[in-house]
Design a binder for this molecule. Structure first.
Ligand code: HEM
Length: 138
């Protein structure tokens, strides 16, 4: 990601985070509506999951400028996801639901350039997680 894309992602994320629970609810309802097959991977009670995913994305967005610092944590996260039953092809589903949620949350501030920057950001995380997942277990 270039510096401009990092700035775009960070600025747009700052606009979405005040939506808090609303954004996470939107995200999971979209994910489960579009990809009902992943619902069974998650617990019935979704309260904590809401916070965790957004905290993680938050960390990643803040850490974009010093990716090396967050890579080991993201690799461990990828290995844990194998235990949750997550497969490589599921990452595209979560990515699509995430971008859709951002688009809803940002409204007129959403643009093709911003979509590309977010796709890159999520793609980096997902690639790091799936690469670690294919290695030895944690
Ligand atoms: C960049 C992508 C992702 C990030 C940053 C992320 C982040 C997280 C975090 C922080 C947790 C909390 C537990 C832990 O730290 O181990 C978690 C749990 C989980 N994630 Fe992800 N995740 C991602 C992709 C996915 C995908 C693609 C799926 C599959 C649809 C998925 C399904 C789950 C499930 C099933 C749990 C465990 C829920 C539970 O039992 O409480 N995640 N994720």
């Amino acid at each position: 990601m270039n510096a401009e894309q990092i700035a775009m992602v960070q600025d747009s994320w700052a606009k979405v985070t005040p939506m808090g629970t609303k954004a996470t609810e939107l995200f999971y309802s979209r994910l489960f509506e579009q990809y009902p097959e992943v619902r069974e991977l998650f617990p019935d009670e979704m309260e904590n999951q809401h916070k965790l995913l957004f905290n993680m994305i938050n960390m990643a967005v803040i850490g974009l400028k010093r990716l090396d610092d967050i890579v080991p944590g993201v690799q461990k996260l990828g290995k844990r996801h194998v235990q949750y039953g997550v497969r490589d092809e599921d990452y595209g589903k979560v990515g699509a639901a995430l971008l859709w949620t951002l688009e809803q949350g940002l409204g007129e501030d959403w643009s093709p350039e911003l979509a590309a920057a977010w796709a890159e950001c999520y793609g980096l995380l997902a690639a790091t997680m799936t690469a670690a997942a294919s290695e030895a277990p944690a």
